[in-house]
Design a protein around this ligand. Structure first.
Ligand code: ATP
Ligand code: MG
Length: 139
């Protein structure tokens, strides 16, 4: 059993598809063991995306991630990190496979507004979970 960190990004929250996205995770056998809604400060967003600092899309990504409320959550299940990334699809919604969350709910004009985030390794999952949750908030 593995844990991964997930974000339902501001564009998906604004589109009223939180329930539809959570349904996909639950249907796929991923259990939500922690969740909250919050609006990031620039400092919080920059810290979360520190590995991308200096890239051409960084400022736009921070603008977008601080533009409105989002859902941060922890998903648990068999092979959760890889399983979640399969459900999400490719980074660019225009290139994501049909039926994936990013293809269905991501922006085809703006890559940063790709509806969801998911950790890419056990090390980033641990870091990202700790960034938003304390141990007693995980069920
Ligand atoms: P995530 O880390 O959000 O799960 P990812 O691992 O598929 O997505 P990364 O390369 O880690 O993608 O990029 C982090 C985020 O930065 C992406 O989810 C996307 O929102 C944004 N991003 C990545 N590449 C671009 C780009 N070329 N233009 C605009 N935004 C981008
Ligand atoms: Mg990534």
């Amino acid at each position: 059993i593995e844990r991964t960190f997930s974000i339902i990004k501001p564009n998906a929250v604004a589109q009223n598809v939180i329930g539809e996205i959570e349904r996909r995770f639950e249907q796929a056998g991923l259990t939500i063991i922690a969740m909250k809604m919050l609006k990031l400060t620039r400092e919080e967003a920059e810290g979360f995306y520190a590995e991308h600092k200096g890239k051409p899309f960084f400022a736009g990504l921070i603008d977008f991630m601080t533009s409105g409320p989002m859902i941060v959550q922890v998903l648990e299940g068999e092979n959760a990190i890889h399983h979640n990334r399969e459900l999400m699809g490719a980074t660019d919604p225009a290139k994501a496979a049909p039926g994936t969350i990013r293809a269905d709910f991501g922006s085809h004009e703006q890559v940063s507004a790709n509806a969801v985030h998911g950790s890419d390794s056990p090390i980033s999952a641990a870091r990202e979970i700790r960034y938003f949750f304390t141990e007693d908030e995980l069920f």
